[in-house]
Design a protein around this ligand. Structure first.
Ligand code: PDD
Length: 284
């Protein structure tokens, strides 16, 4: 059955959705996006995603297509029309359509596109078995804090991981892990400390990362925000990644190094359970 999607003011069947070939998202990757998860038909931590959307738009001097209430209304309508109970709502804002020119157009209406995607997040088989990752050089630009649609480096890295029989890639810059292709990276050291890279322009400021920091602190676990090396990751007792589309995902192998017993460890499982509880509680 065809989904209903949203394109610039209209709810249409996905096969009827149209966007200009002059859209700057298409020509220049001049656009930003957000992915909010849906549990039980409700949006998880959506206000935080919309706050980050504002920040991305501001950093790129891009106009907002609608206010938060307007965007949330469309997200909820799409969830309703598509009968989505579990999955994600994707939203993308671009600078709009204009004759091809590297300079920003004087006049352009921002484009807003949204769609839903079903996904089994809570009972994902990968969460039960844990995923394998390889490390690759981070070839992305220097403003990874902005959630742009320029995802080719991430796509290349994920494809390379797949071709090498792994589930995902963690990226390395200046001898340290930055983050995963579409998630933030965490390790658990031998003394039980949880380590994740501090916020900067080198990584996306993950909404799930932020919520995980909160639940971990409430649970009395020790979390240190600092950059860590691949060698530290290889020697880690456990590892996991966080994102809106996978929540807390245990990592059981990094390059050739099997972590712990090669199955999701107790800390990753606990953090996942704590996050799921928080997500269910906060979903609206
Ligand atoms: N990716 N780092 C990168 C590079 C990301 O693309 C993402 C999200 C994250 C995690 O952020 P959050 O917790 O706010 O989802 C970190 C989304 C899910 C995607 O591109 O599908």
């Amino acid at each position: 059955m065809s989904r209903t999607v949203y394109v610039n003011g209209d709810y249409v069947a996905e096969q009827d959705a149209k966007i200009s070939i002059f859209d700057r998202g298409f020509l220049f990757a001049d656009g930003v996006y957000e992915v909010s998860s849906v549990l039980g038909g409700k949006l998880v931590d959506n206000a935080a995603h919309l706050a980050r959307l504002d920040r991305s738009l501001n950093e790129l001097n891009m106009a907002a297509p609608a206010d938060h209430a307007g965007i949330t209304g469309i997200q909820k309508e799409l969830i309703r029309r598509n009968g989505l109970t579990e999955g994600v709502v994707y939203l993308q804002v671009t600078r709009g359509a204009a004759d091809r020119d590297f300079n920003f157009p004087e006049v352009a209406e921002p484009s807003l596109v949204m769609f839903t995607q079903e996904k089994n997040i809570l009972e994902a088989p990968t969460a039960a078995r844990g995923i394998t990752v390889i490390t690759l050089p981070d070839i992305r630009w220097q403003r990874r804090d902005i959630k742009t649609v320029g995802l080719l480096p991430a796509s290349l890295a994920k494809q390379t991981a797949k071709e090498r029989g792994a589930d995902d890639a963690w990226m390395i810059e200046d001898g340290h892990i930055t983050e995963g292709t579409s998630n933030n990276a965490f390790i658990v050291t031998d003394n039980g400390d949880i380590i994740t890279r501090q916020l900067s322009n080198s990584i996306l400021h993950g909404i799930t990362r932020k919520a995980v920091l909160k639940v971990v602190a409430e649970a009395g676990l020790t979390l240190v925000e600092r950059a860590f090396t691949p060698d530290e990751a290889y020697a880690a007792r456990e590892a996991f990644s966080t994102s809106a589309s996978s929540f807390v995902m245990p990592v059981v192998k990094i390059d050739d190094h099997i972590l712990g017993n090669g199955v999701p460890g107790p800390v990753a499982q606990k953090v996942r359970a704590l996050y799921v509880e928080e997500a269910l509680k906060s979903a609206v």
